[in-house]
Design a protein around this ligand. Structure first.
Ligand SMILES: Cc1cc2nc3c(=O)[nH]c(=O)nc-3n(C[C@H](O)[C@H](O)[C@H](O)COP(=O)(O)OP(=O)(O)OC[C@H]3O[C@@H](n4cnc5c(N)ncnc54)[C@H](O)[C@@H]3O)c2cc1C
Length: 737
């Protein structure tokens, strides 16, 4: 293991390469994933980059070149990455990390290209998550690319939830898409008439099938479902006109219209019939929840990929900025370093880079956790089913006991003999992982995309005027604009914040959060340079604030922490995202420190890389601390009325004449008194006597501590900036612009 003494002396010489990333993102032992990354990168930096450079983004239409891109995905194995080997794929088992890695590589060059690949998976996801065995076999096999010697085109799918009126989105129970029974002959499969209009549907120009959300318009069908519609079904399958998007133009989006007669067997997950009524096994909400849980992670990672992709072009631009000018002769500082002579330029690159690292760490951690959770979740469902429990309240009740055990586990010391028993309990494992994913998935989608979009603007601005031209290396302006769509689709920011508002207050999650805080202190004691201590102090402040807000009311007596009170709950959710992104960033660096020395490629220059990545952690932890401190202070104090200078509220103020008297027995008291009223009743020029609130002393103590915990963070930033000014980069970007 690299020692800190060594770490402090070394400087990172080159950009972190694949060997380092494979360790950080935990796929150094997965050859299948490494191959997928390489082939996705080939398509991204080849086919896709050439398309963007050639102006393919300048049309809304689905062009032959865009179609060729889909075929390139097929050839590169990206399409097949969703399938099991028996369905035509090459990766067995859960694929959240695999799909995220592929999306990351594509988004490194173009977000629309990444979306095109993801949208096909999104169409299949309802079937994969909740479909019957027949549905899974049929649609995944049809969608797999042809095997060598096979003469067929793979089916393409689209996911159709959003509707034109009343704009049904991911979070709403309102659905306008209707289904009725068209025909139901005795002993035969019922035929349904599905009438659905979609809005902003990705992949629709060429979709052969869609998975659409629809609700019953017939007393003989209960509730809602997701249903599969095929292009050749009887009726209308109108792909609609292309949406005039300002972003992601390499993906197809449009407003389709469907009016089709389909067998009831197309209901995703099947149905039962009771008293002559068709009851879908899963309503549309249940299917969609299962789908979005996982697919949102890759979207979050897309924005982070773009942030990291911006580093190299920005550094190159800064260094070459003055070359060719009269006064910048080769060898001169101006020629060699260009804008990098200036501290601010370097510090801003550090911020872009640190944000990219944190988002990526968070996103890949989420993807990995979903991979681990998947088999455990299946086991849990099977076990509960054996006991006659299937979803809903009954399941929640059954898991309550496991939640208590999980919380107990988190409170045990490392050498407690009960640990082994609780750790081996897979229901305990399930509730722990479930509580964590329920927070870190919406956090990835919300923070990586929303905050990422803001920081992408910074990256664009670092390129000056060039940044907002089509010629900008790395297509940064496209990436910035595209990030806004990533923040919007699959549920805009409010949807993620709303989910966090609920999941971040679960007892299991909060117990985990407390354990994480202690863990950060432990890490800090061994590796103070990571900012882990700063982070732990910020975590404490956040937890204190949540607790305070949950128990406190505003001056009118209304609860502060309440689902409807988004002014309280949403900022607190935002603050949490900063903290957890920073946590996973630190954990990735620790992983590299532990495993890097055993990998011959990663081991080269490892100390310098570790130093730099630790400095980025410290910088990010300080930014997170600042955000948390600001948000929490506003929430704790902002809901108190400020005292005024009126008779009632200035009673606690000193009068100037009183102070003169006290001064005789307590010399110096005048200097301490803040709110002093003159004999004519005039007061200092400010809103009123200084405000305090119940518990404010404890808040201020924690906040004070947090402020002093920022010690060293700017030194880390200076050190990281120094590295940015020296790190070697290739002569030219490895994709065309
Ligand atoms: C290019 C593109 C591709 C898309 N692809 C697909 C697809 O393939 N399939 C599909 O089904 N859909 C797709 N969509 C639709 C997409 O999922 C929705 O546009 C997105 O979920 C946002 O919903 P909305 O447009 O109705 O925005 P709205 O829900 O109207 O949101 C507008 C604003 O209001 C806020 N807001 C919304 N609800 C609340 C609330 N409860 N509390 C507080 N604030 C709130 C939002 O945060 C946002 O800031 C796509 C959209 C685009 C633009």
């Amino acid at each position: 293991m690299a020692t800190l003494a060594l770490v402090e002396e070394k400087t990172m010489l080159t950009l972190p390469g694949d060997a380092v990333r494979q360790i950080q993102w935990r796929f150094s032992d997965r050859f299948d994933l490494q191959m997928l990354v390489q082939s996705a990168r080939g398509v991204a930096r080849g086919t896709v980059a050439r398309m963007v450079a050639a102006g393919e983004r300048n049309t809304h239409d689905w062009t032959p070149a865009k179609n060729e891109m889909m075929e390139a995905f097929d050839r590169a194995g990206i399409t097949a990455a969703f399938m099991e080997p028996e369905e035509g794929g090459f990766i067995s088992g859960p694929k959240n990390l695999a799909l995220s890695l592929a999306a990351f590589e594509l988004a490194w060059v173009d977000g629309g290209a990444a979306t095109s690949s993801l949208a096909g998976f999104l169409a299949l996801a309802p079937i994969h998550e909740r479909g019957t065995a027949e549905q899974i076999a049929r649609y995944k096999s049809l969608s797999a690319p042809p095997q060598p010697g096979e003469d067929r085109k793979p089916w393409r799918g689209a996911f159709v939830l959003t509707e034109p009126i009343p704009y049904v989105g991911v979070d709403t129970g309102m659905l306008s898409g209707k289904m009725r029974i068209a025909e139901w002959k005795d002993g035969e499969e019922p035929m349904l008439q599905v009438d659905k209009r979609g809005r902003f549907i990705t992949n629709i120009a060429f979709a052969n099938f869609v998975t659409a959300a629809a609700i019953s318009d017939d007393p003989r069908i209960k509730g809602s479902c997701v249903i599969i519609l095929e292009e050749t079904d009887e009726g209308i399958f109108d792909h609609g006109t292309p949406t005039k998007k300002l972003v992601h133009q390499l993906s197809s989006t449009g407003d389709p219209i469907f009016n089709l007669k389909v067998p009831a067997s197309r209901i995703v997950g099947g149905y039962t019939v009771k008293d002559g009524v068709i009851i879908p096994n899963y309503n549309h909400g249940e299917v969609i929840e299962a789908v979005f849980k996982r697919t949102r992670v890759a979207v979050g990672l897309m924005t982070s990929a773009k942030l990291l992709s911006a580093v190299e072009p920005v550094i190159r631009y800064q260094r070459e900025r003055f070359r060719g000018a009269e006064g910048a002769k080769p060898g001169s500082l101006r020629y060699e370093q260009g804008i990098q002579q200036r501290e601010d330029a370097l510090h801003r690159v550090v911020e872009v880079w640190a944000t990219g690292e944190a988002g990526t760490a968070l996103g890949f951690a989420t993807a990995r956790l979903f991979d681990t959770l998947e088999p455990i979740e299946k086991q849990k469902t099977a076990l509960l089913k054996e006991s006659g429990i299937q979803g809903g309240r009954a399941e929640m009740k059954a898991l309550k006991e496991s939640e208590h055990r999980a919380i107990e586990l988190l409170s045990l010391s490392a050498d407690d003999p009960r640990r082994a028993e609780l750790e081996a309990d897979f229901l305990v494992q399930f509730v722990l992982m479930d509580a964590e994913t329920n927070v870190i998935c919406p956090a990835t989608k919300l923070w990586n995309t929303g905050h990422g979009a803001n920081i992408l603007r910074e990256a664009v601005s670092l390129m000056g005027g060039y940044g907002i031209t089509e010629d900008c290396p790395g297509f940064l302006a496209n990436k910035w604009m595209d990030a806004q769509l990533e923040a919007t689709y699959e549920g805009p920011e409010a949807v993620q914040r709303r989910q966090l508002t609920v999941t971040m207050t679960s007892e299991v999650f909060l117990a985990q959060f407390r354990a994480w805080t202690l863990d950060m202190r432990r890490i800090a004691s061994q590796r103070p340079g990571t900012g882990a201590c700063t982070l732990a102090s910020a975590m404490n402040l956040w937890l204190w604030t949540l607790n305070y807000l949950q128990k406190t009311t505003d001056p009118s007596g209304a609860k502060l922490y309440h689902g409807q009170r988004q002014g309280v709950t949403f900022p607190l959710a935002d603050a949490l995202c900063w903290l957890i992104a920073s946590r996973y960033q630190i954990l990735d660096v620790l992983e590299l420190e532990a495993k890097g020395p055993f990998d011959p490629v990663a081991a080269e220059g490892l100390e310098g890389t570790l130093q730099f990545l630790s400095d980025l952690c410290h910088v990010q932890a300080a930014s997170a601390a600042g955000e948390v401190s600001r948000i929490c202070a506003e929430l704790v104090f902002g809901y108190n009325c400020h005292p005024s200078w009126d008779e009632e509220e200035h009673r606690s103020c000193f009068l100037a004449s009183e102070l003169d008297e006290y001064e005789e027995t307590m010399p110096g008291i005048s200097a301490m008194a803040l709110d002093v009223l003159a004999s004519d009743g005039t007061h200092p020029q400010k809103a009123g006597p200084c405000a305090g609130c119940a518990g404010s002393a404890e808040f201020l103590r924690l906040q004070n501590k947090l402020t002093t915990c920022l010690s060293g963070s700017r030194l880390a930033k200076d050190r990281a900036a120094e590295t940015v000014s020296k790190v070697m980069i290739p002569e030219a970007l490895d994709y065309p612009v």
